[in-house]
Design a protein around this ligand. Structure first.
Ligand code: B12
Length: 432
């Protein structure tokens, strides 16, 4: 090879290297502030509030909640083991929709692995077979022709394959095949609308299968699907730098960080995403515990795929509870929020007055207190999920969408979103 050839080869190699998604270290005090926000959530130990994602996020981060963390895992174990008894295998009428859901069981399995625990024994086998049963049920719901939809979502489907995979538990090729098909034909993932979070989780599941050499007959399709998932995520980058939106960016980065991508501007895309995330952190966009738990691993250069062989001895900085400086008592300023529900009869439309800084949930509470408005919620890992409005419960594949008028879907739930004075919020019953 001549000198020119060697030079071209070197340049080519450098080009390929540049396609790594590398997230340069962020200020450690920023990471600690995020970690501190999780601490109050770790005091809530009822099944409704226990959140395995918080544990996973912390274990893959550079910070630790010392004794609280071990106690939290213990509480997770007690509650999840108890609920597993409710899913007794002898019971033919097992309600597969009962709590915890398929995705929650998957997150619980990730939490166990984050503590370097290998699933085994009677209890472990039961957990694995239940998750496999959930997946088989979902596979049937999708159907031979891929025309149906999972009862839960492709997000939970991907999360479950990932959880079994990090424990080196093999699922049938036909189960993986459904997720492969969904990524290859992405309108199946989210009814025509690409959900970056869902594609990212699917990509992480495939990456785990590839690294663990599971489902080796599908190796070629899996490799292609990882690339497809990465490309879809990259294509969803917004001018500000987010992949999808601010809240899908952490999972998107987890995926992009796991595998280099020759021939794409991966490095620059990731640096732009990092800059956008840092700006949103300054704006206080990350208050939600679930969102923080998906972001913390990224800030420590880790992804869920690292749970294949987690480093449980890695030193982490102990979190101290944040010191709260009491703010001087002020007479609250009141704001007006227009609350609208056009899809009921008679349509509801009222101006609600609440103290400035109130959450949308507080607006809904106030409206209910005033009369003529009713709503109901269900606890979820992301916080309270709005399930009924004016007595109208959501049906199969329906949800109450939160919209800022005229037509902007909110990127936060009712507990986190804080409307501004004069805003109109619409609650719209839609299918997904
Ligand atoms: C699937 C999904 C949906 C489905 C849920 C239905 C279903 N059967 O699965 C649909 C499309 C209906 C949906 C709706 C909404 N979603 Co959504 N959703 C997701 C997704 C992709 C996966 C959730 C999941 O299964 N988690 C795993 C399981 C194990 O956890 P879980 O707690 O048991 O799951 C339940 C809750 O997550 C709940 N849920 C789904 N979305 C949201 C959003 C909020 C704020 C809450 C409180 C609950 C909730 O539905 C799940 C199934 O029961 C996440 C992505 C992510 N990164 O987490 C976004 C995500 C959680 N959703 C989000 C948002 C903003 C919403 C909406 C508020 C959008 C809107 N403008 O109306 C609404 C919720 C409105 C309401 N009624 O309260 C954001 C939340 C960001 C944040 N700051 O917290 C995320 C992170 C997506 C994103 N990148 O923007 N969602």
């Amino acid at each position: 090879m001549g000198r020119l050839g060697a030079l071209l080869l070197l340049l080519g190699a450098l080009g390929a290297l540049a396609d790594i998604c590398n997230i340069p270290e962020v200020d450690s005090s920023l990471v600690q502030t995020l970690g501190q926000r999780l601490l109050p959530w770790m005091d809530q130990l009822s099944l409704e509030h226990l959140n395995p994602s918080i544990y996973v996020g912390l274990r893959l981060s550079s910070v630790e909640a010392s004794t609280k963390e071990a106690f939290y895992l213990h509480s997770l174990k007690v509650d999840y083991q108890q609920s597993l008894l409710r899913h007794a295998p002898s019971d033919d009428n097992t309600d597969l929709q009962a709590k915890p859901s398929m995705g929650q069981l998957a997150l619980y399995m990730l939490a166990l692995k984050a503590n370097c625990e290998f699933i085994g024994g009677h209890k472990g086998d039961r957990l694995v077979s239940l998750l496999k049963r959930f997946l088989e049920d979902e596979k049937r719901s999708i159907g031979h022709d891929h025309k149906g939809q999972p009862h839960t979502s492709y997000y939970q489907y991907g999360l479950s394959i990932l959880a079994l995979c990090v424990h080196q538990k093999r699922v049938h090729d036909s189960v993986v095949g459904k997720l492969l098909y969904a990524v290859e034909h992405d309108h199946h993932l989210h009814r025509g609308h690409l959900s970056v979070d869902t594609v990212a989780v699917a990509g992480l599941a495939f990456t785990c299968l590839q690294r663990s050499n599971l489902n080796s007959d599908l190796r070629h399709r899996i490799t292609l699907a990882i690339r497809t998932a990465q490309e879809k995520v990259l294509k969803a980058q917004t001018p500000e730098g987010y992949f999808g939106n601010v809240y899908s960016t952490p999972l998107a980065l987890q995926l992009l960080m796991t595998s280099p991508m020759p021939g794409a501007e991966l490095g620059t895309a990731c640096l732009n995403a990092r800059a956008a995330l840092l700006a949103s952190l300054q704006d206080g966009a990350f208050q939600n515990a679930l969102m923080i738990s998906q972001l913390l691993p990224v800030l420590n250069h880790k992804s869920y795929v690292d749970l294949i062989s987690p480093d449980c001895l890695a030193p982490r900085v102990t979190l101290e509870p944040a010191t709260v400086t009491p703010s001087p008592m002020q007479v609250p300023e009141f704001i007006h929020v227009m609350l609208k529900v056009p899809s009921v009869w008679p349509p509801y439309r009222h101006s609600i007055s609440v103290p400035a800084g109130s959450s949308l949930e507080e607006v809904l509470m106030k409206a209910q207190e005033l009369g003529g408005f009713m709503y109901g919620t269900q606890a979820s890992l992301s916080g309270p999920y709005l399930t009924s409005v004016m007595g109208k419960e959501v049906g199969e594949r329906e949800f109450w969408q939160l919209i800022r008028a005229p037509d902007t879907p909110l990127q936060q739930g009712i507990a986190d979103y804080r409307p501004k004075d004069g805003e109109t919020i619409e609650l719209r019953l839609v299918t997904w």
